[in-house]
Design a protein around this ligand. Structure first.
Ligand SMILES: [Mg+2]
Length: 424
């Protein structure tokens, strides 16, 4: 969060499964629409927070399966673990808060007395979350007796039964709502309370997010009955919470628009974006988002195979501009654009998607910009990523000129042998 020196313009706090991620959409279209909007209009001055019931292990699995962006803050294991940044540095202040009236040893001891409880996988057992499976018919009785026993042992816990089978035991102070309230309080104490916060969810354990004061909320169109029922009973008259008409990440974009929290037109919803010149201030991040989206459409054959596009791209490159391919091979930028011609439509009808993550632009000297980002490409079942650095210069009357592009494979992509399908 240190990368922002002032309050975030928007903080999005979103659940993952069936909210940010649509498991019924193998093309991940709404997620990709959200991604381009975020990187285009929000990354530089806003905060992205994922809040999930998943443990770190299952969260990392989801990130490998789906084109998820890198959040600034990750809240996992039903609000019991808060971590920051890429390297997921844990919040020790939150750990201290959760230790209040909590003793993992005692929880394990007491739950050992219930033969109805089946322990979930080892990866789901966390320092402040103990998880079991229990038959629906036994859940109520077990919950009641267990809470009495734990109370007698001096503990203050929250027992959450969800999905008709999962039973989680957490400290009373834990949960998605409390974790968000803690985060807001922390940001406020640093003088960085976000201007607006939007909570997004689809199921029962997301209800807590919408109860945090002064927070906008969106229940995606596919929200579960339990959340809609909670809303009808508790938040019906709160104009800051809406039930979106669109599914998953599409509903999040819809809410940004309805609440007027900022731009809500994803570059993916603009068909001819090379035509739309930036009317706002110079923003080299925009150029990069638009270029890689064009690149995806070019190879998918979704834009016309037109010389005008190639000419316009070449006109925005410095004649002596250099491109360093992740393999280390160096060539001229203009030649790289020329070569694009032969790849028009080569991925037509195939699974091929391109997205960018963590696009950050800094002005290194007057009129010179460095944009750093991670570029990802999904081709069939294979996914590769590289760190990309683009140097731009702003020329009077000509807009931004691409001077140099450097790419290096990400850790996991280094191991793959064939470099030939990676163009830029
Ligand atoms: Mg969910």
């Amino acid at each position: 969060m240190e990368r922002l020196s002032s309050p975030a313009r928007l903080m999005i706090v979103s659940d993952l499964d069936h909210t940010m991620v649509d498991h019924h959409d193998p093309e991940n279209l709404s997620l990709l629409r959200f991604n381009s909007l975020w990187e285009h209009a929000y990354r530089h001055d806003s905060l992205l927070v994922f809040s999930t019931g998943r443990s770190p292990t299952l969260y990392k699995e989801l990130r490998k399966e789906k084109p998820l962006l890198t959040p600034d803050v990750t809240i996992m294991s039903v609000g019991t673990e808060i971590t920051y940044g890429n390297s997921m540095v844990p919040d020790n202040g939150w750990v201290d808060t959760l230790n209040n009236k909590w003793d993992l040893r005692v929880v394990k001891e007491e739950t050992g007395n219930f033969s109805e409880l089946t322990l979930q996988a080892e990866t789901e057992q966390r320092p402040h979350k103990v998880s079991f499976y229990v038959d629906k018919s036994k859940a109520h009785e077990v919950t009641k007796e267990l809470s009495q026993r734990l109370e007698k042992r001096g503990l203050d816990v929250k027992i959450i039964y969800s999905g008709g089978m999962d039973l989680d035991i957490l400290p009373q102070g834990a949960g998605k709502g409390q974790a968000l309230a803690y985060l807001l309080k922390k940001l406020k104490s640093e003088g960085k309370l976000p201007v607006n916060t939007l909570a997004c969810g689809d199921s029962g354990n997301d209800a807590e997010l919408f109860s945090v004061p002064d927070v906008y909320g969106v229940m995606v169109s596919n929200a579960q009955e339990e959340l809609l029922k909670w809303h009808a009973e508790n938040a019906k008259d709160n104009p800051k919470v809406i039930h979106a008409k669109e599914r998953c990440a599409g509903g999040i974009i819809q809410a940004i628009g309805e609440f007027k929290l900022g731009p809500s037109l994803s570059p993916r919803d603009v068909s001819d974006f090379l035509e739309c010149k930036a009317d706002e201030n110079v923003n080299p991040g925009h150029e990069v988002v638009k270029f890689f989206l064009f690149y995806e459409r070019w190879r998918r054959g979704e834009v016309e195979n037109s010389e005008a596009y190639i000419a316009s791209l070449k006109a925005s490159c410095h004649p002596g501009g250099v491109f360093v391919h992740p393999s280390g091979a160096e060539k001229s930028l203009v030649d790289t654009i020329d070569e694009l011609r032969k790849y028009h439509g080569d991925k037509q009808g195939k699974k091929f998607r391109v997205w960018v993550d963590q696009v950050l632009a800094t002005e290194s000297a007057h009129g010179t910009w460095i944009v750093k980002l991670d570029k990802w490409e999904q081709s069939g079942e294979e996914r590769r990523g590289c760190t990309t650095t683009v140097k731009f210069t702003a020329k009077e009357g000509e807009g931004l000129v691409w001077e140099r592009v450097d790419q290096t494979w990400s850790e996991e992509s280094k191991l793959k042998k064939d470099d030939s399908s990676w163009i830029i």
